[in-house]
Design a protein around this ligand. Structure first.
Ligand SMILES: [Zn+2]
Ligand SMILES: [Zn+2]
Length: 422
């Protein structure tokens, strides 16, 4: 078995991993690098974007753009595998983006949506064989729902690719048992290291964050939460926090569809995904303003509400109506870096949307912190090495986790021979 990290040894987004055995190839993820992170185009990659793809396949760990965003650049005949719910969420996201007329990227999103029609879905724990390489998806908790690690076996070598994961989400506690059961006797781990240099990024767990939301919603009558439409577990947590605080829950139609996609799915059975109380969605006037019927407006203003919002004129106009109320609050439930002018991932539109609103920061990372990474790596105890990716500081692994197993620091495009000779 040979491993090549085409991109991602020294950056957070845009990872592409290749596992090759007897000319069969399994690729994990093909994302877009985060803005400003460097890492240019990757062309061509034999078996992925060019050449004979009849012996290869691409597995997508989850639907975040930094893992799937470049997928329309793969050869048309290449089989692409993704989780079923991840597929549905990403498809609806791409369809929505491809309908925003003034968006420069609309054509890219249309192209991704077209490309996705040929995707295949996998089921957790169902092993797929790509020639001599077998791939078993193991579900993890992340800020994207339906996210996976992959156990990969070929020619006697067992490798675990972690994708993005964490232990401090609602479903995070399941992972140690999954590892004990399915990921033992591992030779190599390819692991994400997003938070290796951010000791405070995951101080809160999602349960505690939900509790804070509940306290805030009780204090404030009109609540506006800025959050990514696909941070599913957080969105359901906020929904329940609103409902338990007797505030009505409002979101737009697109967000409601995503919520219903999960709550109606037989695969997501946790009480977290049930929606016993009503979700209100605003109508749209001809001059693109949000409105509710008079009766509903009275109800919302009487009892208070929690509304999920995104940067955009319609949400802005609606929020402006409550600007003078001392009972309203705005919460920012996303990565802080997007609002920081000095940061590579600075998002001007988002920052301006929030600039005069003084949002309350309510967030915790989608990635594991150092402590949980330590726990997971100790549970896996790889026999031959740990390969860090999805991090800006791979060398930190040597200092922090060097005792668990040898840390193998690769450069982009460098190939490591992982053949195990017993
Ligand atoms: Zn992710
Ligand atoms: Zn990522």
């Amino acid at each position: 078995m040979r491993v090549t990290i085409h991109r991602g040894t020294h950056q957070i987004g845009g990872c592409v991993t290749e596992i090759e055995h007897e000319r069969y190839k399994v690729f994990i993820d093909f994302g877009t690098p985060l803005p400003g992170s460097g890492g240019g185009k990757l062309f061509p990659i034999e078996g992925l974007t060019t050449g004979d793809v009849s012996r290869s396949a691409l597995f997508i760990s989850h639907y975040h753009g930094d893992h799937i965003g470049n997928v329309c650049e793969v050869s048309n005949e290449l089989p692409v595998f993704i989780g079923k719910t991840a597929y549905q969420i990403y498809e609806s996201l791409e369809k929505r983006l491809s309908h925003i007329p003034d968006l420069e990227q609309a054509e890219v999103h249309r192209s991704i949506a077209r490309h996705m029609q040929s995707f295949r879905t996998f089921t957790p724990l169902d092993t797929l064989e790509i020639g001599t390489i077998s791939v078993t998806p193991l579900m993890v908790d992340h800020s994207a729902i339906d996210a996976y690690m992959f156990l990969i076996q070929a020619g006697g070598t067992r490798l675990l690719h972690t994708g993005d994961f964490r232990l401090h989400g609602f479903r995070g506690r399941a992972l140690p048992n999954v590892i004990r059961r399915y990921a033992q006797n591992i030779d190599y781990v390819i692991t994400e290291g997003t938070n290796i240099n951010r000791p405070k990024a995951a101080n809160l767990d999602e349960h505690t964050l939900q509790k804070y939301f509940k306290e805030e919603f009780r204090k404030h009558k009109y609540n506006f939460v800025v959050i990514s439409t696909t941070n599913i577990d957080r969105i359901f947590a906020i929904y329940h926090a609103a409902s338990e605080s007797n505030r009505h829950f409002i979101c737009d139609n697109y967000q409601k569809k995503i919520i219903q996609l999960i709550s109606n799915s037989p695969e997501w059975t946790s009480p977290l995904y049930r929606i016993p109380t009503r979700i209100y969605t605003p109508g749209k006037t001809s001059d693109k303003k949000m409105f509710f019927s008079e009766r509903l407006t009275r109800l919302l203003n009487r009892d208070g509400f929690c509304m999920l919002v995104r940067a955009g004129d319609m949400f802005k106009e609606f929020m402006n109506r409550y600007d003078d109320s001392n009972e309203s609050a705005v919460y920012y439930s996303m990565y802080r870096g997007y609002l920081d002018k000095g940061h590579l991932s600075y998002n001007r539109q988002l920052e301006q949307f929030l600039s005069h609103r003084n949002p309350i920061y309510m967030h915790t990372s989608g990635h594991c912190d150092i402590k949980s990474l330590d726990k997971v790596l100790n549970l896996i105890k790889p026999k031959r090495g740990i390969i860090p990716i999805h991090t800006e500081y791979p060398e930190k692994f040597t200092e922090i986790f060097g005792k668990i197993a040898p840390i193998i620091l690769l450069d982009d495009k460098e190939t490591l021979n992982c053949t195990v000779h017993d």
